[in-house]
Write a protein that binds this ligand. Structure first.
Ligand code: NAD
Length: 251
């Protein structure tokens, strides 16, 4: 019996990186997974990897698309809002367009997704007497710790933590648990892109590794056990928390 047997879990930005690995980890634990992203080709290859993974094209910046998907999706047990981006640079480097895009993709997407999916989740919690779970992707780079060149990013991820704690406070008696996932530096396609676009990519990779006290980058599979835990009933007494999986950065 898998740890997520009988549960339905929806994940945004699930075509690559942490979202994709989380879809596979949840499916391996028996969940029915609805994996969403804007990259249809990568979604198709994900669907081919596990029969319990259903894929849906979804741009989390599109209100109508989010509402339409919610309307035709059965009530979720867990929603993992994973979509997010890094706008590199200090506040003085950050254009208004970068700032607005960062907040729309990293934070307002969670407002859209939660407003669309939470009512049916709460109804399910009431019917079953169990809890439902929202997992919001934050970062150690947030209100937890400041990093150079992460002005817009750190602000958005701090906002994610505030939003998550508010949700936890508002709906704790209604059976919702809401927690923020705060990874360290994870080896994903977007991190590889940030390394490749640095002036000196070799040095950039060394610098990313150097800020991790354990001396290495996280792999996506260092992060997915926390996703499975938060989606499962094992975390039934855990809500409103910032779950750091950071290889010791915030010791
Ligand atoms: P990634 O950046 O490599 O992949 C992102 C995925 O998001 C892609 O599949 C892309 O198609 C999808 N996407 C982009 N715009 C979208 C949209 N509008 N709607 C839906 N999907 C969209 O993945 P990653 O590095 O694993 O990052 C995932 C999340 O984890 C992000 O929120 C990121 O901030 C967070 N995070 C990453 C790290 C890290 O070091 N990689 C650390 C902490 C937090």
């Amino acid at each position: 019996q898998g740890r997520l047997q009988g549960k339905t879990v929806l994940i945004t930005a699930a075509a690559q990186g942490i979202g994709r690995a989380s879809a596979l980890a949840c499916a391996a634990e028996g969940a029915r997974v609805i994996a969403t992203d804007i990259n249809q080709a990568f979604l198709d290859s994900l669907a081919a990897e596990h029969s319990s993974i259903q894929v849906e094209l979804l741009d989390v910046r599109n209100d109508a698309a989010v509402a339409a998907l919610a309307a035709r999706t059965p009530a979720l047990d867990a929603l993992f809002n994973c979509a997010g981006m890094v706008a590199n640079g200090s506040l003085l480097d950050c254009t208004e367009a970068d700032w607005d895009l960062s907040f729309d993709l990293n934070v307002k997407s969670m407002f859209r997704m939660t407003r669309a999916f939470l009512p049916a989740m709460l109804a399910k919690a009431e019917t079953t007497g169990g809890s439902v779970s929202i997992i919001n992707m934050a970062s150690m780079a947030s209100s937890i710790k400041g990093f150079a060149n992460r002005a817009a990013y750190g602000a958005t991820k701090a906002a994610v933590i505030g939003l998550t704690k508010s949700l936890a406070a508002d709906f704790v008696k209604a059976g919702l648990r809401a927690n923020a996932l705060c990874p360290g530096t994870v080896d994903t396609p977007s991190l590889r892109g940030r390394i490749a676009s640095a002036a000196d990519p070799v040095q950039a990779e060394k610098d990313f590794i150097a800020r991790q006290p354990m001396g290495r980058l996280a792999t996506v599979d260092d992060i997915t056990p926390m996703v499975v835990y938060l989606a499962s009933d094992e975390s039934r007494f855990v809500t409103g928390q910032t779950m750091l999986v950071d290889g010791g950065v915030t010791i």
